[in-house]
Design a binder for this molecule. Structure first.
Ligand code: M6R
Length: 599
């Protein structure tokens, strides 16, 4: 979470930093700030709220070294004081991650911190370690820390340099014509540099612009610790590492920030991304056709993992694999990694992640690798950490997803997983030829009545059976996430085992019915709910199911195996329309960020 961008070079950098922050805003938008330095001191402004709040400050500055940050709060409320950069004496720092032993370190500080953050504790520790060399100070401070970090530190003692370090948090260094950049995501660097360098795990890097009297060109120096060592010891035994620059990867057409909403003809990015689904599935079908996979039928046990929406795709995968008779466990990445799982011999871990940077999912991949288990990632970002770390990758081609709520990436994940399921059992892969036009029809589904019924409600159930249950969970998550309406995705048959007691007059029960085999059971569940006063909403291609509904939503008729990919689309639409009707912001829901890179 949080976005970092920094620059040292020949040009005034306020504009670069502001532009970088705008592009990173999808990582967190609680507060933002920037700090610039010269030998005369450090100049900083930070404010609660969106990046826009520090725009005029950034654009006014003429300094040529600076760091900036957009925050998603972990330690301390989102307010001006807890915002980054933190400044202490001659030093300023921006940090992504969590210093786990911050409270122990805080008790040793001579000067009290002003904020509640772990990051400011780290900054004070760096200042206490300073003896003339910024890199050594950062290095010595980090040996006292445990946790995860991507940091960038400046000091007015060294206004020509930025010292960066990373452990379990992404960081990328970029070299442009007029200077050197650092950022937590390559998106921030697009258009600003030609070459990038990805510092290895547990490393420190010093970016230094040429001091006219001393050097001709910028310098990037780095040192690496013992990769993967937890606790502070990793940084101690450092060695220089090879600083290979590679060309900046070509990024998909629309990078954050996407063009202004007005220019794309939609009210919100989320809406635009739903309308893009037909294009996304068509490109994903092409990408899957080029996949390079291991010999999957030999795999004996499959584990599928991911978080949030990506996990819901794993739930749908589980049902497909069970139907094919292949043993499978699907578990949320946060649970899997902490559950002391012992993978049986000859297992495969399938990790699903849109961003490829989700901390829990990466930890699950690392856990599997530490037990010599093959790992396969399904991701939307080719240059992501997950794509680099897993043994195999299937790429979805959803294109950049800017809105916090995942939409088009989910449809593409389902495709990739259905493709993979067939490969695991040596069956013919699904035929996606008609999928783009079917998705177009699903995007057109009329959800007006459904939105009206849900407006002003305080809770709801989304029900389904098997694959439809996975879609019910995803629909419920969308509605919770952006409409702030409590909504639970539930297996239809479970309702009568306790939760039915919640149903009273007008309580909304939404059912997804795309599988003929579930028709009878779903009708019974709907009738049980209705007889207790529920208002029923049904999404189905079958008239028989729609007849049970107070509000029917007709789905396009397609082969049943593809229906979950289509059924989720009206749910995504219901969420975005309901959110707008409530005058909320679907692109920036409260408390959330697009990419969850902390644990
Ligand atoms: O980038 P990832 O797919 O790994 O992200 C996982 C979840 O954080 C993400 O899907 C989240 O649940 C979405 N905001 C839901 O809309």
């Amino acid at each position: 979470m949080c976005g970092i961008v920094g620059y040292t070079g020949k040009s005034p950098c306020g504009g670069f930093l502001y532009e970088g922050l705008k592009r990173l805003e999808y990582r967190g938008y609680d507060s933002a700030g920037a700090a610039f330095c010269t030998t005369e001191g450090i100049f900083c402004q930070k404010k609660r709220g969106k990046v826009q709040n520090v725009r005029s400050f950034c654009l006014r500055r003429r300094e040529t070294t600076g760091i900036a940050h957009t925050r998603w709060a972990t330690h301390g409320k989102p307010n001006d004081l807890n915002a980054h950069p933190h400044v202490f004496g001659h030093f300023a720092l921006v940090h992504n991650g969590i210093v786990e032993n911050a409270e122990a370190l805080r008790s040793q500080l001579l000067t009290p911190c002003r904020s509640e953050t772990d990051s400011e504790v780290l900054l004070h520790t760096i200042a206490a370690c300073y003896e003339g060399d910024l890199l050594q100070a950062v290095r010595n401070a980090l040996t006292q820390c445990s946790g995860s970090w991507a940091i960038a530190v400046i000091s007015d003692y060294h206004p020509e340099e930025i010292v960066c370090a990373r452990r379990q948090s992404p960081l990328v260094v970029g070299k442009g014509k007029n200077g050197i950049f650092v950022a937590s995501d390559v998106y921030a660097l697009h258009g600003l540099c030609e070459q990038i360098f990805l510092p290895p795990e547990d490393s420190l890097v010093r970016l230094r612009r040429p001091a006219a009297e001393r050097e001709e060109a910028e310098r990037i120096e780095g040192i690496a610790g013992d990769t993967g060592v937890t606790g502070g010891a990793g940084i101690a035994g450092v060695e220089a590492f090879d600083m290979q620059l590679s060309p900046l990867p070509v990024l998909p057409q629309a990078m954050p920030p996407m063009p202004p909403i007005q220019s794309i003809g939609h009210r919100t990015h989320m809406e635009a991304e739903i309308e893009e689904i037909p294009r996304a599935v068509s490109d994903t079908a092409r990408s899957l056709a080029q996949a390079n996979l291991p010999d999957l039928p030999k795999v004996q046990a499959v584990f599928a993992t991911g978080c949030g929406t990506a996990f819901h795709a794993c739930v749908a995968f589980r049902y497909r694999m069970q139907r094919y008779g292949k043993p499978i466990i699907a578990e949320q990445a946060g649970e899997l990694r902490s559950g002391c799982v012992r993978f049986p011999k000859n297992s495969l871990l399938v990790a699903v992640t849109q961003s490829g940077e989700t901390a829990d999912t990466l930890a699950a991949i690392r856990l599997a690798k530490s037990q010599n288990v093959q790992t396969l990632v399904i991701t939307n970002v080719r240059h992501s950490s997950a794509a680099r770390e897993a043994d195999f990758a299937l790429f979805t081609e959803a294109g950049t997803e800017t809105a916090v709520a995942a939409t088009k990436s989910f449809n593409c994940q389902l495709m990739a997983l259905y493709f993979l399921a067939a490969k695991c059992v040596g069956r013919p892969v699904p035929d996606f030829t008609d999928l783009p036009s079917l998705c177009e029809a699903a995007v057109e589904a009329d959800v007006t009545q459904a939105v009206k019924k849900l407006y002003k409600k305080r809770g709801m159930f989304c029900l389904g059976q098997n694959a439809d249950y996975a879609i019910a969970r995803e629909g419920a998550l969308k509605i919770k996430e952006i409409c702030y309406l409590f909504s639970e995705g539930y297996p239809a048959a479970e309702l009568k085992h306790g939760s039915l007691s919640l149903i009273e007059s007008g309580f909304p029960v939404l059912a997804i019915v795309t599988q003929k085999s579930a028709l009878k059971k779903m009708k019974n569940t709907l009738r049980e709910a209705k007889s207790r006063g529920a208002t029923t909403l049904v999404l189905s291609q079958y008239r028989e199911a729609l007849a049970e509904a107070d509000v029917p939503v007709l789905l396009p008729m397609a082969e049943e195996d593809l229906m979950p990919i289509l059924a989720v689309i009206p749910l995504q639409k219901i969420a975005v329309e309901l959110c707008l009707k409530k005058k909320l912001s679907p692109d920036y829901p409260r408390n959330l960020a697009k990419s969850v890179t902390v644990e």
